[in-house]
Design a protein around this ligand. Structure first.
Ligand code: ATP
Ligand code: MG
Length: 415
């Protein structure tokens, strides 16, 4: 059986392939010659091909396009223009692991296509980040259910504590519903560093230097990659670019702390368009990439019930991970009755099997003062009850060096 192949190749290289493969003796045949990337994506989504040959100078080619092809079960081989010495590295930066010079023998290109299909059938289909990862920091995702339980407060405090102990930290605001890390830290820059980083990653040009430039320092050891200032800009956080950002972020910092949005469900997916961006994908992408997970819940009856469900939901979304670190925030007797700590611990043990949650007291005075001043809680009110309770959180996370080559889930306390 011959392999049905789609092509989107400029210049004279395509005609040679079509003519040669028409004979059928190289195991592949061109079923559609696409004039541009849009036509190729449409043909792939219509199920016309199992593999595609993409020219290095195809207009608007980016990682998102490659991801869509691969996610749709179409293996991709890049055809590098021999007159362009940068073409192979550019194609690899877009996630194309198999690239061939356009003037290579057609049988070699056909062989690469067959091999790419085998890769896809046997592997996860994940598009690799470009280049070797020189250092691997730990990524901790701070997540929690709806109801503003304090995810951002916890994420900022955690990043500050880690940075205060001398470790290089990058705080990332990946909340696609209400990014506010910049405002809470008093950063006037409305640049949406994360969106810019994702865009650069998607075009294969996110380097360590460019990521560092997009993430201003707020202290000698803490950088911040701000989120999308207007919620309607969430489609800019494409998952194909985010995956690269997580890898690069781990190279830049020993600890990457990601403030996530609450929603994990896939209800927003338009059923007719599997390639459309999805709002909750940024959260799912961060959780999937995370070495450690902190789940924040609110210390009132509704918040606690949401927390118990959230712990089940997160296990379903990122299965096979170890138990997350649980933070119950705004603990107060008025919400749950006398001895709130004892009651909350008993409820968590009974309904979620959690026996080591960090409980943070309700501390409106300190938290309000921090937000008002545009400073993190550890800076604004270092002796406040909420800060003191959160201070120990950083010590509960494994050190960056403990990560090793096994990646997520390998830690003493990984998710
Ligand atoms: N321990 C605490 N005591 C009192 N107030 C707190 C505490 N923790 C957080 N807050 C306050 O609760 C509000 C919500 O906190 P935060 O923005 O961190 O929540 P969130 O879960 O990130 O919410 P969102 O859904 O908006 O992302 C803020 O005004 C914050 O100052
Ligand atoms: Mg928040």
């Amino acid at each position: 059986m011959t392999l049905p192949v789609l092509t989107a190749v400029t210049g004279g290289w395509e005609a040679r392939l079509v003519t040669r493969w028409e004979r059928g003796d190289e195991g592949v045949r061109v079923v559609r010659r696409c004039v541009d990337l849009a036509e190729l994506l449409a043909a792939a989504e219509a199920g016309l091909g199992r593999a595609a040959v993409l020219g290095s100078d195809v207009d608007r080619l980016d990682r998102e396009a490659v991801r869509r092809l691969v996610a749709g079960g179409v293996a991709v081989v890049g055809l590098a223009d021999p007159g362009d010495p940068e073409a192979p590295s550019r194609l690899r930066a877009l996630g194309l692991t198999r690239t061939v010079p356009a003037d290579a023998p057609t049988v070699e290109i056909a062989g690469q296509l067959t091999a790419a299909v085998s890769d896809l059938d046997s592997g996860s289909g994940r598009i690799p980040a470009p280049g070797a990862v020189s250092r691997r920091g730990r990524l901790v995702a701070v997540w929690g259910p709806t109801g503003a339980p304090g995810r951002t407060t916890v994420a900022i405090a955690l990043a500050m504590e880690l940075a205060a102990s001398g470790r290089q930290v990058l705080l990332v605001d990946a909340d696609t519903y209400g990014a506010c890390v910049a405002q809470m830290l008093g950063l006037l820059d409305e640049r949406a560093g994360l969106a810019a980083a994702v865009r650069a990653a998607n075009q294969g040009r996110l380097t360590l230097d460019s990521l560092a430039r997009l993430a201003p320092t707020v202290s000698p050891t803490l950088r911040v990659l701000t989120g999308v200032p207007r919620p309607q800009r969430w489609p800019e956080l494409r998952v194909s670019g985010l995956e690269v950002v997580w890898d690069r972020a781990r190279e830049l910092a020993e600890h990457v702390v990601v403030d996530c949005a609450f929603a994990l469900d896939a209800d927003e997916e338009p059923p007719f368009d599997s390639a459309a961006p999805r709002r909750n994908q940024a959260t799912v992408s961060a959780l999937s990439a995370a070495d450690d997970l902190v789940v924040v819940g609110a210390a009132d009856p509704v918040g606690l019930q949401r927390l118990v469900r959230a712990l089940q939901d997160v296990t379903a979304v990122v299965p096979g991970r170890r138990q997350p670190l649980v933070v119950v925030n705004r603990v107060r007797a008025s919400a749950v009755g006398p001895h709130p700590e004892r009651r909350i611990r008993a409820a968590l043990l009974r309904y979620a099997g959690v026996d080591d949650a960090v409980l943070v007291p309700d501390d409106r005075q300190a938290c309000d003062a921090a937000v008002l001043a545009g400073r993190a809680l550890p800076e604004q009110a270092p002796m406040s009850p909420a800060r003191l309770a959160l201070a120990g959180l950083a010590d509960r996370l494994p050190e960056a060096q403990a990560s090793g080559p096994e990646g997520p889930g390998s830690s003493r306390r990984g998710v």
